[in-house]
Design a binder for this molecule. Structure first.
Ligand code: SAM
Length: 276
């Protein structure tokens, strides 16, 4: 194989959010595998990149296109882009990359925008651990079960949601966990970029009053209330220590109050006690 497959991330809204390496790569290849050729042309035109052969791929024809891309790779490099952001993430492209990996083609990442990371990094929610869930199931019952499972895990999680279902999804989150923190990131990097954040009930009230906002692209970030408990516990331990409670008393009080295992509270009390 002479060619390499470059997996190139492109902007999620603001066309200036593209790396120098991405531009360099798009300039040097002759073939670009993309989703909607009109979207990719717009990006290429913006940067004056001309005379590229675009090969359109979608979920339904990806297998066929993979073979075509593979044949080109026999002779030269190909860049793979999606309509926006990082290819293969809630986007097609996986089958092409998978085939290249299996057949020993070199796959080169050209990283860049990824809506989930953009939203997480500006959410102000705990991000030390998070779960990216992408699009939820469209059927109400399955979506409800998925949300219950993710909330139960206790990590911050990131959803890609269609504007049609944002309200329903936030309502469902409220039904499951009234104390969850939610950030809605709308139209990131675009003119109408907006963040709505607060306890799930506050976010829901706001959205219900501003239904006009429910247009465009959305990322929903949820931090279940269980995560907060582990954060809050430190203050509680300190208060109880200052109030003269014994380690044993603190363990009993807090494990019952927050429904967390005694050994976890015990370990944390000893750590905090050691620092004071
Ligand atoms: N591959 C893309 C990425 O790297 O993030 C995701 C593509 S997926 C088909 C499109 C979904 O990503 C949208 O429905 C929305 O949930 C989210 N998204 C993409 N761009 C966005 C933006 N500018 N603002 C908010 N959400 C966005």
């Amino acid at each position: 194989m002479k060619g390499k497959l470059y997996v190139v991330a492109t902007p999620i809204g603001n066309l200036q959010d593209i790396t120098l390496r991405a531009l360099e790569t798009l300039k040097k290849v002759n073939f670009i595998a993309c989703e909607d050729t009109r979207n990719t042309r717009k990006l290429l035109n913006y940067y004056g990149i001309e005379k590229k052969k675009l090969i359109s791929y979608h979920d339904y024809n990806e297998e066929k296109v993979s073979t075509k891309v593979f044949r080109i790779l026999d002779k030269e490099d190909v860049a793979l882009v999606s309509d926006a952001g990082t290819p293969c993430i809630s986007d097609p492209g996986y089958r092409i990359v998978n085939l290249c990996r299996k057949k020993g083609v070199e796959v080169v990442p050209i990283p860049g925008p990824f809506a989930a990371a953009v939203a997480l990094s500006t959410s102000g929610l705990p991000t030390d651990k998070f779960l990216f869930v992408g699009f939820l199931n469209q059927k109400d019952a399955k979506r409800g079960q998925q949300l219950r499972d993710y909330i139960e895990l206790g990590y911050t999680f990131v959803i890609y949601e269609s504007p049609k279902r944002v309200l329903e999804t936030v309502k469902e989150i409220q039904n499951i966990d009234r104390e969850a923190d939610v950030v809605i990131a709308k139209e990131l990097t675009k003119v109408h970029e907006k963040f709505i954040h607060g306890k799930v009930g506050e976010v829901l009230n706001y959205l219900e009053k501003e239904l006009d906002l429910l247009r465009g692209e959305f990322v929903i970030i949820v931090t279940p209330s269980r995560v907060e408990k582990s954060v809050d516990i430190d203050d509680n331990i300190l208060n109880l220590l200052n109030a003269g409670k014994t380690v044993k008393e603190i363990v009993t009080i807090l494990s019952e109050k927050f429904n967390i295992p005694k050994n976890r509270v015990y370990k944390r009390v000893l750590e905090i006690k050691g620092q004071h």
